[in-house]
Each structure stands twice: as structure tokens, then as C-alpha cells.
Design a protein around this ligand. Sequence first.
Ligand code: NOJ
Length: 558
Amino acid sequence: MLNLGNKVIYQIYPKSFYDSNNDGIGDLRGIINKIDYISKLNVDMIWFNPFFVSPQNDNGYDIADYYNIDPKFGTMADFEDLVVALKKINVGVMLDMVLNHCSTEHEWFQKALAGNQKYQKYFYLRPAKKDGSLPTNWQSKFGGPAWEKFGKTDLYYLHLYDKTQADLDWHNPDVRKEAASVVNFWRSKGVQGFRFDVINVTGKNEQLVDSEDPIQEKSLYTDTPVVHEYLKELNQSSFGKDPESITVGEMSSTSISNCIEYSHPEQNELSMVFTFHHLKVDYQNGEKWSKTPFDFKKLKHLFIEWQTQMDHGGGWNALFWNNHDQPWALNRFGDPVHYRVKSAEMLATAIHLMRGTPYIYMGEEIGMTDPNYQSIHDYVDIESLNAYRKLLAKGLSSEDAFELIQTKSRDNSRVPMHWDNSLNAGFSQNKPWLRPTGQDVINVKDELEHGEIFNYYQKLISMRKTEKLISAGHFKSLFENDPQVFAYERYLKNNGQENQDQILVLTNFYGKKTTVDLPRAYQDKAVKTLISNYNLDATKLAKKIELRPYEALAVKFK
Ligand code: NOJ
């Protein structure tokens, strides 16, 4: 069976990585130009956000043609060259399969609009209620109702996201065949990795009915039992034919028991899952557009719960802090002003040494932070702009609404990669589609010359490849009630005895020092320091360990 535990995946947002033709938009050739940089990290696979033909209303998550490259990003020949170039450095390709919905510009939707019955069955088309109101009271995740008028007919179509992203009806076997054929097409191009966008909302209840409240609403279309059937079928008819394939499902508002089923090898669904509970610990009352310090206890509790239960159930987690939908973790859970380097390394340690497959989002390895935008006109993300309008309509002042956008916008992490300290951050000779800021302080060139975060990531990646305790060990939490330390043990059972081989990981999540009292079992034992962001080289652990601001330490018991 494929070993998922010793792999590390790097995520590239093509629009923002490197612009080779100077039109202000990153492209596939740009990625090829930066192969040397990528190879330094020694990752196993790259997940690329969508670069298929798309009107880009949701930056490529609104696909109009699944089989072609959007000319903004290059050509099929560029893609083929990219696969070859990556193969040379032993890096696989993971593509983003956005199959819950397609763009309303897609041929399927256009044919449906023109009256073609076959294609009308690809979508959720429903009449208004008797009183003339929308088919259900569901809300789109980007704000506003989830229904839009279907051309000149009396029908409405469902869109859980933007109105230009029409939900596909997976109950229809033809839709599922289309999904498999898209995956198989890219497999034939040498692709072995697939990330499935919001895949757990493909099984809407057969009868679409009004919801009682927003939480109950999600249960009407999320994690329904039929999703497991769809995934088993997709697995069998596409990527499951390749024993080396790696798949990850993006699971919105999911549960541990479902995730065990999605990712358990014997279920033949997916290799692993992305879940988001740990990234909502800075939401006030579950509301994303709010500003509040993160709840450390909750964060710890969630990590412990997911790590332990996924381990017991035989499921497998994708481990990550950042992606293209999240503001930088460094701004949320670290201190980008006083301890940028130490807190970046501490966060990396905490996530990389857990059980699962780590993902690194481009720029994380140099400690990038949220841009310093001062105007709403700097933002382009559809979700952020909708949210801004909604916040103003709710009565917030423009300053308060703007502050929330600054804190939570998805554009925070979509800013072009900082390659150097020049005006366009070395990303393009032309004005970038999203403005970089702060490249004078944080950029690849300086980081490689005299920084330490990149080296630290390199070390974490190589540790996962050489240390079985990291790639295959079980997880046990420590100091559960400590208000500022997240600590755990990774262990492997030896000759039926627990805890014989073990690693201890200690991370201080705050800018003030603290002390932990080590349990007797750890005291005075000989250890080898695996990694320390303060260059500590401990060979023995005392009774008490002092952790400096954002200190991270991992030791292996000899
Ligand atoms: C999740 C993607 O990561 C996000 O960027 C996108 O807007 C939604 N799915 C809809 O496709």
C-alpha cells in the first residue's frame, strides 16, 4: 500500500506563483521557470489550484471546460512540459477537481438553457413554491439566496456558491460518468493526485426542502450517506485503478466518523481529507466575518480529538494551516510583528509532526503574512466583496467592515509570491493582478540568503521521510490543560509494548515564556534533539522544561 505518511505536498496557486509572460497573471511556464526553487524543498507532490478554462468569477473554481487549460495560464503543451519537468525532480501532480458545480458558461449549462432535456437533468432545476417564493430558503455560501432564475423559464437552478457556479446533480448517473471521465482524462496525462473540491456536498437530499436554521440547512446537503457511494464508484471507475494515486477530499462542515469512512483504506474512497474545524477557532459564535483572538483551548481540543479518533478509526488527515481560502496562519495564530520567524517555525512544527500528510501553501515556507491593504479596491475576491457589501448593509461603518475584510479575506493568501524586494516582488514585470506588499522585508531571495524559515521547513520535510515515528507513529496528547503549550507524543508499539519508541513534541503558542513539568517517565532519559527553533541540542530532559516565546522542540528518546 502507498505510504501516505512520508509524503509532503506543496500547494501552488498558479495565478500568483510566477508570471512568465508579464501579463500580471502567474502561469504554467512560470512554474517551470521556478523548478529549481521547488526542488530545494524536496516535496513529493504539488497540488495546483484550477487552471482550466473559466470565466474566473471564483478564480477558476467556476470551470467552463474541464479538458482544456485556460489560455491565461498557458497551453496543454505547457502543462505536459510541466508534468515532465516535475517528474524529473520526482514530484507528482495533484489537480483540483471541481465537480460539485460547473460554470454557467459550461456547455452543459448552456445546452440546458437552450432547452436540451438531457442536460437539464445535469442540474437542480426546480419551480418556485406555490406562493411564488424560491424553491427553498437555502443560502449561497457566498451570500444571498442559493437559487437563480433559469433563463426565461419558470424554473430556478441551485448554486451553493456563486450564481455563476451551478450545482451538478450527482444523482444523475450521467453526471457521475462525466466526473470519472474528467479524472481519467487527466490521469492519461500522467496525473496521479486529485483534490476534490467540496466533494461532501454532492449528495443533496433527494427532496430539496426548506431548512429550519443555517446549521440544519447544511445537514440537508452535507455528508449524506450517498456521498460514500459516489466516492466508491468514482474511485473504481477512475483513480482507484492506479495504486500510486493520492486523493484528498475537501470536506466542508464534516464529522470525524464520516472522515474515517472517506479516508479508511478499506473503504476505497479517498486517501485523505481536508477538514476545517481548527481554522474556525477565531470565529466569534461561528461567524467568519468577525475579529477575535483565537481560542487556544479549542484549537488544542480539536487537534487532539481529530488526531486520536482518526488514528483509532484508521482514517487519514491532511495536515495544514494555510491554503488559498484562508488568511495566513501566521497572522492568526502567531505573532508576525514581534516573532515572525519563531512563530512561523513553531506553527510548522506543531502541524508537521502530527499524524497525517502535511501540505505547505506557497509562501508559507518563507513566512509570508497578510498584505497591508488600506482600501477595499485592493481586493478582488468575490466572497470578500459580497461580504463587505453585506456588512455595510447590516449597519457596520465602512472602517469596521473594512477591518473584517482585512482580517479574513481570502485574498490575504492569494497575493503573488514574493520572489524579491522589487516593486512587483519579482513576480512579474507588469502590474500583478493582486498587489504585493511587504516584499522589502519578506521575500525568497533574502530568505534563501540569510533566513531560517525555509531551512526549517526543509528539515521538517526530510525528518518525515527518514523518521518512522513521524510517518507512521500513533498520536498521544500531553499537558492537555496547559493554557499555552500544545504537546504530544508520537509512538510506535514495540513487541506489543506501548511507548517504547517515542518522540516528544513541545510547542509554545505564545510570546511569553512558560515552564512544563515533565512526567517522571520522561525525566533523565537520554534523548536526541530532532528539531529546535532555538537551536537547542538537548541530550537529556530535566524535570522542568522552560519554553521561550514560540519555542518548538522535538526530541526522540533513545
Ligand atoms: C472551495 C475552494 O477552495 C474555494 O476556493 C471555492 O471558492 C469553493 N470551494 C467553491 O468551489
